[in-house]
Design a protein around this ligand. Structure first.
Ligand code: ZN
Ligand code: ZN
Ligand code: ZN
Length: 146
């Protein structure tokens, strides 16, 4: 048995995604969060979601195509989000803007995502399935005009 205080909840232990040591639930000034018991060698901290550590999955952000959760990529890989349905065939990735996935819009013809492009006549939105789908939409304040 370990000496980790687990008395407040009877839940199984959660482990640090980086060093695999147990995580501790800590009451911080801004509310509860999870810190690694390997601190200060490991400075992992995770948000608390319903009493469990959230492993970089934010409940608020959903894939615009399949509505599965979006997952933020590892820092080393760059600032972007990908669909948690990736292994199921949904290859949506979205750029990160200050911790928020960029807004994405679906093509009205084929339901692929649209990408913002700049052409001779200014900015427009084209289908990411181009050239299979040649739909394009005018830009209206940073969003496609349908
Ligand atoms: Zn750790
Ligand atoms: Zn998806
Ligand atoms: Zn399309």
């Amino acid at each position: 048995m370990s000496a980790i205080d687990n008395s407040s909840t009877n839940e199984r232990l959660h482990y640090c995604p980086r060093c695999r040591k147990p995580l501790r639930r800590i009451q911080g000034k801004m509310g509860p969060f999870w810190g690694c018991s390997g601190f200060p060698d490991c400075r992992t901290s995770l948000n608390d979601v319903d009493g469990k550590p959230s492993i970089d999955v934010d409940e608020h952000y959903r894939c615009p195509l399949c509505t599965r959760q979006l997952v933020k990529a590892d820092k080393e890989k760059g600032d972007y989000w990908f669909c948690s349905g990736y292994s199921k065939g949904c290859k949506v990735t979205l750029a990160d803007h200050d911790g928020v996935p960029e807004a994405a819009y679906q093509c009205q013809k084929c339901h692929h995502l649209l990408v913002k492009r700049s052409g001779k006549n200014g900015v427009f939105w084209g289908c990411s399935d181009y050239p299979n789908c040649t739909a394009s939409y005018n830009d209206d304040n940073n969003r496609p005009k349908f």
